[in-house]
Design a binder for this molecule. Structure first.
Ligand SMILES: Cc1cn([C@H]2C[C@H](O)[C@@H](COP(=O)(O)OP(=O)(O)OP(=O)(O)O)O2)c(=O)[nH]c1=O
Length: 198
């Protein structure tokens, strides 16, 4: 079975490549709306499924993988910031506190009728950040396109006091959980490559 990653995220591509997987990347053009009263788990599972389903409908023989990541604090869901002001507000909210990062992963193969979705949550505690720390971080531009306005894999590492849970989940793709899903639902072994075709 061949794999398609339904994602425009360079981080997701890199994490899957580092696990030795060969795959095609196709961006999934779905509208990322948030419904009222939706929990982070419900939201990421719905969006990762929508992303995968959109591509799987047109590529029925392939295993299509979709994913979505959000940050949550005090029952509020933080997606990607629209601008620097929103990034400042998010980072101010996260300063000195622990928050959750939740990623959904969906895997669909239409031909075999397999359709599975799971989620993974990690916590991240930020140091106390002064306004000048926040402005300096924003000036790196790294906040753009990142849920919660930071990237732990870059300068964002400096903002962190500790993490609990899977690091790769925070970066946007929980490869350990995903490899379990591949094994259980598709018989794919990441180490040996069995279950995969060139
Ligand atoms: C918290 C955090 C998020 N992120 C990124 C991961 C995701 O790419 C992004 C959240 O946006 P998503 O909407 O999950 O993904 P995306 O739009 O980048 O890609 P696609 O929908 O095409 O798959 O935030 C980091 O890179 N580092 C971090 O530390």
């Amino acid at each position: 079975m061949k794999i398609i990653l339904a994602s425009a995220s360079p981080r997701r591509k890199e994490i899957l490549e580092n696990a030795g997987l060969k795959f095609k990347v196709v961006k999934s053009d779905i509208e990322e709306t948030v419904f009222e009263d939706e929990t982070p788990e419900e939201l990421v599972k719905r969006l990762s499924h929508e992303k995968a389903a959109y591509i799987a409908d047109k590529n029925r023989a392939e295993l299509v993988i979709g994913s979505d990541t959000v940050v949550a604090i005090d029952g509020k869901i933080l997606g990607k910031p629209a601008d620097e002001k929103e990034a400042y507000n998010m980072l101010k909210m996260l300063s000195g506190r622990e928050h959750y990062v939740t990623t959904g992963v969906s895997m669909i193969n239409r031909e075999k009728g397999i359709d599975v979705t799971n989620h993974c949550t990690s916590s991240v505690k930020f140091k106390n950040l002064s306004d000048s720390d926040i402005y300096d971080y924003i000036s790196t531009g790294e906040f753009k396109d990142k849920a919660g306005s930071y990237g732990i894999q870059g300068f964002g590492a400096v903002l962190v006091e500790y993490i609990k849970g899977d690091y790769f989940n925070i970066v946007g793709f929980p490869i350990s959980m995903a490899s379990d899903m591949m094994k259980e639902s598709f018989g794919i072994n990441i180490f040996t490559g069995s279950g995969l075709s060139e």
